[in-house]
Design a protein around this ligand. Structure first.
Ligand SMILES: C[S@@+](CC[C@H](N)C(=O)[O-])C[C@H]1O[C@@H](n2cnc3c(N)ncnc32)[C@H](O)[C@@H]1O
Length: 447
């Protein structure tokens, strides 16, 4: 080894020695530093590698969750929007269908029936009066088929004036039969088919009888009568279709302990009150003041005993009740059109000839009672009739958890005569058909 090499080696080994020393020192230092401080040293933002990894994976999870949540929210919004669009499309389609049903079938049928009814009112007046005096009703079919003392047959039995009217009625009936035959596809309510069948049968028999072809065994044809229910049935269908066209939504009806009672006891109530013969006395009195075929609002209709009675007797009825279960029971009669509404929220236009509120206003307190009478008054046509019945005394022990309120005649008169300018027509008392003891006060006022 040359001197130079030796020197250089020495230098080098000197350096080596000093480096080895430093490493040893460093090692010692590292061993002295606590473990976490050691890691702190190994990253650039003051976090250890594992902390940094943890942080980034948390951030990744967080971002993924956020993206997922955002996607779910957006999806559900899109889904809702899609459902809304579908619903709107369906509503539009339903509206068009409803309009078509009215335009092609129910509207013309209603108009023809009304046309025929108006002419019939003026037909055979002398015969009608004559029979009325004897306590009987005039029946066209009986008159045409069953008049043994007369030599003439069919329509010739009437004087010329009535023959002309009958010819118009027969003409309209031909158009009705044609309409039914061609457009019965528009009928959704299956109970209407047999009713329209009865109507067509009646028209056909009247036609044959007017041609003098049915003179033998006429008594067997007696029951092929005009089905009075048809007026109310067609009116109810048109009312339901109009609600679809107006896109009417179900109203929110607030409940209370009285309504809860009726919701729970609708079946018992049905068994106790559904017999309309209990009401004959009252029906007869009220019907004296309203023409046949009029429009009636059955307010607080319960299970629909009176709705059914009036429709079966040729009236057109809209009804409402605050108890959902009562409304369902009322609508079990296929020609009813009962709405779930309360006195507090009704807004009927002035289209009714009679408002019938049998034993329903008695559940309203003083303020509610006055407000309900004002709304019922508004729903009447000019000269329309308001009938209602109230308890003459409230016996809390018989209330079964319902609220009953007493409104005496003086108060009733103040509201209806002084405030609403109605005229008192008649009052009378009846005994409850349920308890057989409680007295009800019945009132008729005219707008
Ligand atoms: C005693 S029942 C009479 C039902 C029917 N009118 C009859 O004569 O059988 C009373 C009816 O009034 C209804 N009613 C009570 N409070 C009402 C309110 N605020 N609005 C509408 N109907 C109500 C009840 O749901 C119940 O059907």
């Amino acid at each position: 080894m040359t001197k130079m090499e030796e020197t250089s080696n020495t230098k080098h080994s000197g350096q080596m020695n000093s480096s080895c020393n430093s490493l040893a020192e460093l090692h010692t230092i590292i061993n002295v530093i606590p473990k976490d401080k050691k890691e702190e040293k190994s990253n650039f933002i003051g976090l250890s590698a594992s902390e940094f990894t943890g942080l980034t994976s948390s951030a990744t999870v967080f971002i993924s969750l956020f993206v997922a949540l955002f996607t779910v929210i957006k999806y559900s919004k899109d889904h809702k929007h899609q459902l809304n669009l579908l619903q709107r499309e369906k509503d539009k389609e339903d509206i068009l269908k409803a309009k078509e049903k009215i335009e092609k079938f129910y509207g013309p049928l209603n108009a023809y029936l009304e046309e025929s009814r108006v002419i019939y009112e003026h037909f055979a007046n002398d015969e009608k009066k004559h029979l009325k005096k004897q306590g009987e009703y005039f029946r066209t079919l009986r008159y045409l088929t069953n008049k043994p003392e007369s030599k003439t047959k069919g329509i010739d039995r009437f004087k010329l004036h009535d023959q002309e009217l009958l010819n118009h009625i027969l003409n309209i009936s031909d158009r009705i039969i044609k309409l039914i035959e061609e457009n019965s596809g528009y009928i959704d309510n299956s109970a209407l088919h047999p009713l329209l069948g009865k109507l067509a049968a009646h028209y056909r028999i009247i036609k044959s009888a007017s041609e003098g072809k049915l003179t033998d065994q006429a008594e067997h044809l007696e029951n092929i009568v005009f089905p009075l229910e048809i007026n109310g049935a067609i009116n109810s269908e048109i009312y339901k279709l109009t609600k679809i066209i107006n896109n009417s939504k179900e109203a929110t009806v607030l409940t209370n302990k009285t309504i809860d009672f009726y919701n729970k006891n609708h079946l018992d109530y049905y068994l106790q009150t559904s017999n309309s013969s209990d009401m004959k006395f009252t029906y007869d009195i009220v019907r004296e003041f309203v023409p046949n075929g009029s429009k009636i609002l059955d307010a607080g209709c319960g299970v629909g005993r009176d709705t059914k009675y009036f429709i079966q007797h040729g009236f057109k009825v809209v009804s409402f009740d605050a108890s959902k279960n009562m409304v369902e029971m009322c609508n079990e009669y296929p020609f009813a059109c009962c709405e779930h509404l309360s006195f507090e929220i009704i807004k009927y236009p002035p289209v009714f000839d009679l408002v019938w509120a049998c034993a329903s206003l008695l559940h309203l307190n003083e303020t509610e009672f006055q407000s309900a009478l004002t709304k019922l008054h508004r729903s009447l046509k000019p000269s329309g009739i308001l009938y209602f019945s109230l308890k003459s005394k409230v016996d809390k022990s018989k209330s079964k958890g319902r609220d009953f309120f007493q409104h005496d005649f003086q108060r009733v008169k103040t509201i209806l005569e002084s405030n609403l300018s109605m005229t008192h027509i008649k009052s009378w008392s009846t005994v409850s058909s349920i308890s057989g003891a409680e007295i009800f006060e019945n009132y008729i006022f005219r707008k």
